[in-house]
Design a protein around this ligand. Structure first.
Ligand SMILES: [Zn+2]
Length: 102
């Protein structure tokens, strides 16, 4: 997708300038739901990735695509902001559990 690769180019340019999500609105917006994975794979490679949400131990397959650096950072369950907020409020209202509920 052209739009996606344009965003990636802009992101990488900002990272190269040494900007972080704190001083770049673009980085902040994109990194809310995504992570940047720098790789040199020439073919698609599937990696196991852990959900970035605090308290979620699920892992999910990340398909690394050549020349693509932007990938989701949450498991399928937590891709939507609503589900993440729900997860957070549940964590705050419940005592910590030893086992992950599914
Ligand atoms: Zn998750």
């Amino acid at each position: 997708m052209d739009t996606a690769s344009n965003i990636e180019r802009a992101l990488l340019a900002e990272l190269r300038k040494g900007l972080t999500a704190e001083d770049s609105p673009l980085l902040r917006r994109v990194l809310r739901n995504n992570q940047i994975v720098l790789h040199n794979y020439r073919i698609e490679v599937i990696k196991d990735c852990r959900c970035a949400l605090d308290g979620c131990d699920r892992s999910f397959p990340l398909i690394l695509i050549p020349n693509q650096t932007l990938y989701p950072k949450y498991c399928r369950v937590h891709r939507s902001e609503f589900r993440r907020e729900h997860h957070k409020s549940q964590r705050e209202s419940l005592r910590p559990k030893t086992a992950v509920e599914r």
